[in-house]
Design a protein around this ligand. Sequence first.
Ligand code: UT7
Length: 333
Amino acid sequence: MLKTTGVKVKGIGRYVPDLIATNDDYARIVDTNDEWITQRTGIKTRHISNGEPTYYLGALAAKDAIADAGISAKEVDLILATTCTPDYFTPSTACLIQRELDVFGCPAIDINCACSGFVYAVDMARRYLMCDDIKNVLVVATEELSKFVDYEDRSTCILFGDAAAAVVLSKEDDTLFSSFIAADGSGASCLASRALLTINPFRQNESEFDMDMPEPNKHYLLQDGKEVYKFATKAMPLAVEKACERAEITPSDLDAIVPHQANVRIIETAAKHLHVPMEKMVLNISDYGNTSSASIPNAFYDGVKSGRIKRGDKVCFVGFGGGLTYGACILEY
Ligand code: UT7
């Protein structure tokens, strides 16, 4: 096992909206049923925003993590917010979270790597922590997929929920850490939500790019479920194996794998490929559905609070999602 300069998880936090939508609630709005959703995805309920914005969920999760770390918000040197469902193009979600924390000055950056955002952010946090001027990094993953799903499309709307979860990270010497992050832009159209298209008054021609990917002015999330499924079942085990190689361990040495909670069948397939029992996988998908970049830290939060993940455990976070992006990182909790 390779010991290196890695990260310490000083604190964790979470905030989810109170409003809950069950499979039966979806059966009332689209042609679906509890049996199909449970068998094909493993999802039972999701928390859905009742109007609270994305940054607000993130700010409450951040406050929870800062309190758990036992530091004051003033001691945060960098805010990394991961989201693909922001409230604004500008200001960034990270700046809005900083405003809610009432601390000003530290840099605040948004990271949009869809469902892999948390893994990318932990990798990035560790790189910043290698510099002496950054002691505490707040990583906040906050998502409201409910703003982007088409509630007339039964193949996507039943999958997604809203949530935020956060960690405070600091530098730790002589510990286990490795990461592997990657992207494959050739699969960009498999999972896409289009930004609004404004035609400027100077343009003379229709542009070939206007038809690129989903229809202009329809921001709904479009997904080729089968293609994403195929990609996910390859990308997840690959990312775990690469991160393990770099850490000089094998997947069976891990105490817990916290995967992106998109579909329990994808997680079962990944476990098979990795030759690890399902007990290694930390799951809370049945309660929250797919909450994009918030899903890994949210499952991690439940894992820690339930005692499933303990201090000293070798933990692997692994994600995949729009982009297409994928990655894994391994740390000692
Ligand atoms: O973080 C983002 C990453 N996204 C993902 O990881 C999603 C990856 N993909 C998946 O998880 C799965 O492909 C889905 C859950 C989206 C779909 O499951 P599937 O087993 O691939 O189903 P399918 O698309 O092959 O559809 C099978 C049938 C179809 O009916 P026919 O054509 O066989 O008559 C669908 O129309 O199931 C139908 N169907 C539904 N039936 C009831 C699709 N959605 C529903 C639904 N309720 N909600």
